[in-house]
Design a binder for this molecule. Sequence first.
Ligand code: ATM
Length: 211
Amino acid sequence: MNNKFIVFEGIDGSGKTTQSKLLSEKIKGKYTCEPTNGEIGKLIRKVLSGKKLRKSCGLAHSSLRSKCEKETLALLFAADRVEHVVDIEQNLKKSHIVCDRYIYSSMVYESIQGIELDFIMNINKFAKKPDVLIFLDVDIEESFKRMGGRSKEIFENKDTLEKVKKKYYEIIEKRLFEPKYGYIVVDTTNKDIDEVHDEIMEELREKGIIK
Ligand code: ATM
């Protein structure tokens, strides 16, 4: 099969969503994201936004520090991914897939909360290896400006962004869950949308992932 499974990752404000949508349009692929828009994905978004289901399932923004609950969230992400992988496999028969966040987000965000990487990898055993991971880097100050200083989710403050960025580089350096064509790192700092898009296209062509 010639269709490719392309994953975008990066810290908030790195332009992942913009670039993954742009790329999927360009290569006539299908854009998808995690958390997904399915029922489990929606539940995860509620938890992350802090609105939470305090009464119904006891998960609260501040309580993510609690061991059991952060693991519950990790399991929800893994469950959402089980459903997502089924869809990805199906859709790959028809077109390229461009995915905005994937298992690497679990590896990064969950491990910085203190969950062991082994546990994360174990609950994600069914995750399909992508063809390539595109990591969008950005200077932390710029990322914060791009987000307009907003802090809608639990992971969005400068210290956390630094930790997140470091973890992504660790994954790339240690070649964890290495995609078939490896990793592409693009620094988006001081670059506009088109410049970043062109750079991504060039790298994908160079690796022979797209024509
Ligand atoms: P978005 O902000 O891209 O919608 O992602 C939601 C958050 O979910 C994101 N946090 N921030 N910032 C990263 C986090 N996340 C995980 O913790 N584990 C996962 O497996 C995924 C896919 C996302």
